[in-house]
Write a protein of this length. Structure first.
Length: 198
């Protein structure tokens, strides 16, 4: 009987994926849509590797940038309606995207949380959070040599891949005299402690 419900659930998720793709095609630029497809595929592969639900990872990856191309008016509407405090124009799409995923696609809380955390991370990350964050970085067709190394590492040790990416990001921001998000710093420290790298 359980197998029957698993199959039904998979059919529903696949149907939902097709509907969501059609919706995203209408609201995203072609470049952003293609990026979303690549991230979704990468998230699915990582989920398989680390024994997470592949369809959930795929859908979260597909929708992670749903609000990336929202205009200023749309962003203001969400900020006002949901009292979003994030003032960073590069990361606010993650906060808004998590709300859109819940309202428009009825995603689970865990899937919405993964979308919300895919830019800065947080001190506490679920497996899906980690998968979506790293899939966003390696789910690309034009990876640099550094990106290819990160991708290889992601399939060997997800935490270490995440740590490598975040430390590189921290270095780049510091070189450009830009502040790093506190959530990202917390995540770097957490990953170091958990992997005994302090």
């Amino acid at each position: 009987m359980n197998d029957f419900f698993v199959i039904i659930n998979m059919v529903i998720l696949m149907y939902n994926a097709n509907l969501i793709k059609e919706d995203l095609k209408k609201t995203m630029s072609e470049k952003r849509f293609q990026h979303s497809l690549l991230v979704a595929q990468e998230a699915k592969k990582l989920a398989k590797k680390y024994n997470y639900d592949e369809q959930e990872a795929y859908l979260a990856g597909l929708v992670h940038d749903v609000a990336k191309e929202f205009n200023e008016t749309q962003i203001k509407q969400y900020k006002d309606k949901y009292a979003i405090k994030n003032e960073n124009t590069k990361t606010i799409h993650a906060d808004i995207g998590s709300i859109v995923a819940k309202e428009r696609y009825n995603f689970t809380n865990e899937m919405c949380q993964a979308i919300k955390k895919h830019t800065t991370g947080a001190s506490e990350m679920t497996l899906l959070d980690k998968i979506i964050l790293i899939a966003d970085k390696i789910g690309r067709s034009n990876l640099t040599e550094e990106g290819l190394k990160l991708k290889k590492l992601a399939y060997e040790n997800l935490d270490l891949a995440l740590l490598k990416y975040l430390e590189n990001l921290k270095d780049k921001l510091q070189k450009n005299n830009l502040d790093i998000d506190k959530s990202t710093l917390h995540l770097i420290n957490t990953l170091k402690k958990e992997n005994k790298l302090n």
